[in-house]
Each structure stands twice: as C-alpha cells, then as structure tokens.
Design a protein around this ligand. Structure first.
Ligand SMILES: *Cc1c(COP(=O)(O)O)cnc(C)c1O
Length: 497
C-alpha cells in the first residue's frame, strides 16, 4: 500500500518510507492511499485473541512492506507485560450503564502516548533499515507534556538513533517536567522553549523542512524523523485500541457484534480521535465522534462553523497536553473529507499559516458535522466533573479525561443520544496531582508535588504508580530553555552539523 502527502498526492511512498521520514518535504502528512477494511469476521475472530494478536491484524493491513514476523516481534516487545502493568495494555472499565473508560495509561510513562511510542522505535528502526543507507536517525519532538517523556522512554539507548525533545517551558505539569528532566540514556536531550506548544511544534516542523539543514544532515550521514503524531507510525498503533475496546465490549456481553457505539476523546493535536475515525472507515461499527476540547476550544468552533481560526488567546489549563491551537492531524481528516484532493488541503494549510485561519466548503462542513460533535469544558467544569464522578462512581479520572467525560455528558443532554460510549482515558491522575487535588478539595496547597500525590492517593484510596514515585530519587539532567528562534542552533550544535 502506498502513502500520499496530504499536500501533494503525486508524492507516493511506502509505509516504511512514510515512517522513516515522518513528514513529507512539502510539509504535508502521509496518509494511506486507501483505508484497508476489517471485516466483521475478522473482528469476531478477535474475541479469541489477546491485544498483541489484535495489533498484528490491524498493523498488518497498513504496514504492507513489513513482514508478518517483523510486525509480530515489534508488537510483542512493545506490549510486553513488563511494560504495561497488569499485562493488559488497554483495559476497558465500566463507569455506568452506557459509559466505558478505555484506560490507555498503564504504560511506562502513565499517559496514552505509550501505546504508540513503545511501538514506534521498533517500527522506525526497521523502516530505516529498509529505506535508508545506514543513516543515524535523529528524532526531534515537540511536546505539550506527555509525548516527550513517552518518546524518550521509547528511544532511549536504541542503537542508531538519538532523540531531542522540546517542551513549552513553564507549560507542563511538575511531574511531566521531572519525568523529562530526569530522563536516562546516552542518546537523549531535553530543552525547554520560551513559548507555547504551538510555537514549539512550528519550530520543530521548520527544522524538519529546512533544506539547508537537511543537506548538512545528509553530508553527516544523518536523517531526521519525527515521533510526534504527524508520523504515521504514531497513528497506526492507536487504531488498534479502538478495535480492541469494541471486541472487549462484545466479549463481556455489553454490546452485540455489529452494534454501533460512540467514541469520546479529549483532544489536542487530533491524533487520538483521528485513529478512531480510521477504525470506523475500516469497518468498525462506530457512530459519532465526540471531540472534547479544554478552554483552547478552536476545534469546537471549527466543528460548529466550518471555520478554523487560531487567531485567539492561548490558555494554560489544568489539562496541559491539550493546550494546542494548531491541531496538526486535522489535516489528515480534511484530506479524507475532501476525497483526497491535496490541492484543496494545501490551499487551506497555506491560508492557516499565512492568515491564521481557513474555512472549509459547505459540503465538507456537512460531512464533518454528520460524524463529529465538538464541545469544550472550562476549568471550573473540569474540577466539578472530577469531583462529581469520584463521588458518584468512586472513579478517579485525570484532568484530560474529565474534559472528555464532561463533553460527552453535554452531548447526551443536547442530543438525547444515549448510545453506549467509550471515552478515551488518556492519563493517570497522578501526573497532574496538584490540579487533581485542587479539583477534589477546592483549595490550593503549598505541599510539594509528591506530597500532593500522596494526599490525593490517601483521599481517594488509589495507588500512585510506581513510575511516578521513583521520580523522587532521580537526578535532574536537563534544566535549560531557549528562545524559539534558537531551536535550530540548538539542534545543529547537539547533532554536530
Ligand atoms: C496528548 C494528550 C491528549 C491529546 O491527544 P491528541 O492525540 O493530541 O489529540 C489528551 N490527553 C492526554 C493526557 C495527552 O497526553
């Protein structure tokens, strides 16, 4: 199967090339030429399969230049019981009669990014060996908090690779900062950026597409790749857990094979919800996609009006991993809604970078609204949702997941649609202990982050994940920050080019 650039569909590459390269030279994102299908028989057969086997089926359809054995080895290593506590990577928990939480944070860094980033290094190193000429791969990452750590864990000490992570300085939670600052490994680097996530992401994209830097990389036997969800290799593993959750709901008798369910996703860069969209296009019986934003509600407005307008204030919220105004993966959805018209997508993206906004056609807006519902949740509603759900259901959800829960409730109120819904639960509450404790108690605390985590654990009779407790003992290795304009220099210096 070929992959095309969303901005130039005459660019055709293999899946290995798409993963190795990360982003197309024209700044477009790689998308599969056709979306492969998953039959009801195949879905039914998954009732007898574990997560790893389900992943092999889904990935095999997209990564057609990888052998079955390569995929199996990669998946088995990524989802090993030593990596995901409890030995089951994506358990589904019942919240109430029509709501199920798809818990995606049982991996090494306690956020859903592990689901893809434990696998990506295996796929990427194999992809590079297929398409490159022995180049060293230099991964650059822009993170709003969770991708950075998950990518560092995935790529630390992986031979033939190095990884450098940029994050908005002061824009991530204290646990997220410590997770990155204390990262071990000889091939890693972390640097704060004086700017927000959008500045950081734009800075990294500019380095990737800078012809001069790329030719210097080339001369030095190096190539860039991306571990952000602009990389197809990040997106494809995320399709698996929606399929797996559906099969699990059938397996425990909550739905019958073929019943349609809704999916609600707390959204930032639009990667996670887009994976659910691909699952539906493959044939998984999904109905509506509930796209939940925090106060940075650019997507809510887009779904309502068809106009994407980033010319607005940027807010720092209690759900920092969703503090984003330029949602990269929306470009892939546009490509699908415009039936693969890359000229149309390029025109919109050019308008976005030149003017800060774009408007889709009426036809595309209608298609968008037929499948997507957009809503947002402000800071106060996030806090109330966390407290109420804990009180009613004894279920502790993190600040991001609470945004998903709230918007799904709002959707039901507005539409009366009580279809069984899977909500993506994207992080452990203990990554955001301070905000969580504030939500639960309504008062600020002067205690340090770990003391607050302990208090939260006691208050809610929940356990702090071991990975977070261990941070306390670790040495801070990376504590610098640079201006956005200095990101390029930083990379050149670190990579010696
Ligand atoms: C990254 C992240 C999100 C947003 O996911 P996207 O794929 O960027 O839409 C939501 N919640 C948490 C905890 C995250 O780390």
């Amino acid at each position: 199967m070929n992959y095309l650039s969303t901005r130039d569909s005459s660019v055709k590459v293999s899946s290995a090339q798409a993963i190795a390269q990360g982003i197309s030279k024209d700044s477009g994102l790689f998308v599969p030429e056709t979306i492969p299908s998953l039959s009801m028989q195949e879905i039914e057969a998954m009732l007898q399969q574990d997560y790893t086997q389900r992943a092999c089926v889904v990935l095999g359809k997209y990564l057609t230049d990888f052998s079955e054995e390569e995929i199996r080895e990669s998946v088995t290593a990524a989802y090993a019981p030593t990596k995901f506590s409890g030995g089951y990577p994506a358990p589904v928990q019942k919240l109430n009669d029509d709501t199920f939480m798809l818990e995606l944070w049982h991996g090494p860094t306690c956020a859903f990014k592990d689901m893809a980033l434990q696998l990506l290094p295996h796929l990427l190193t194999r992809a590079v060996s297929k398409v490159a000429k022995g180049e060293q791969v230099s991964i650059l990452v822009a993170t709003s908090g969770d991708t950075g750590k998950a990518a560092l864990e995935g790529f630390k000490d992986v031979p033939g690779t190095s990884i450098h992570v940029f994050y908005p300085y002061g824009g991530v939670s204290e646990i997220q900062r410590l997770q990155m600052a204390t990262q071990e490994g000889a091939n890693v680097g972390v640097c704060g950026v004086h700017g927000n996530f959008d500045d950081t992401q734009t800075g990294v994209k500019q380095i990737f597409t800078n012809a001069d830097i790329n030719s210097r990389m080339n001369q030095n036997g190096k190539m860039f790749s991306s571990a952000n969800s602009i990389n197809w290799g990040r997106l494809v593993p995320q399709i698996v857990y929606y399929v797996s959750a559906y099969v699990d709901l059938v397996g425990c008798g909550e739905i019958k094979m073929g019943d349609k369910i809704n999916v609600a996703v707390p959204t930032g860069n639009f990667g996670n919800i887009l994976a659910a969209y691909y699952a539906k296009k493959m044939g998984l019986p999904l109905d509506k996609f509930i796209c939940a934003s925090n106060k940075n509600n650019v997507l809510t407005d887009f779904i309502k009006t068809g106009e994407y307008d980033r010319r607005r204030d940027f807010f720092t919220t209690a759900s920092p991993s969703m503090d984003i105004l330029i949602s990269s993966n929306l470009e892939r959805l546009l490509f699908a809604l415009y039936d693969g018209d890359s000229n149309a997508v390029k025109a919109l993206m050019d308008n976005l970078s030149a003017e800060g906004y774009y408007t889709v056609s009426d036809e595309v807006k209608a298609k968008l609204q037929a499948e997507f519902y957009g809503g947002f949740c402000d800071e106060e509603a996030t806090n109330t949702t966390i407290r109420d759900i804990y009180t009613q259901n004894e279920y502790l959800m993190d600040t991001h997941t609470a945004v998903g829960q709230y918007v799904r409730e709002k959707y039901v109120e507005e539409t009366g649609d009580k279809t069984i819904t899977v909500i993506a639960s994207t992080a452990s509450p203990f990554k955001f202990a301070k905000s969580m404790l504030y939500a639960m108690r309504g008062v600020e605390s002067d205690l340090d982050e770990f003391e607050q985590a302990e208090m939260l654990a006691e208050l809610t009779k929940t356990e702090i994940p071991e990975q977070i407790l261990q941070l306390k003992e670790k040495v801070v290795r990376f504590d610098t920050a640079c201006d956005v304009s200095k990101m390029t220099d930083y990379v050149c210096e670190k990579l010696g080019i």
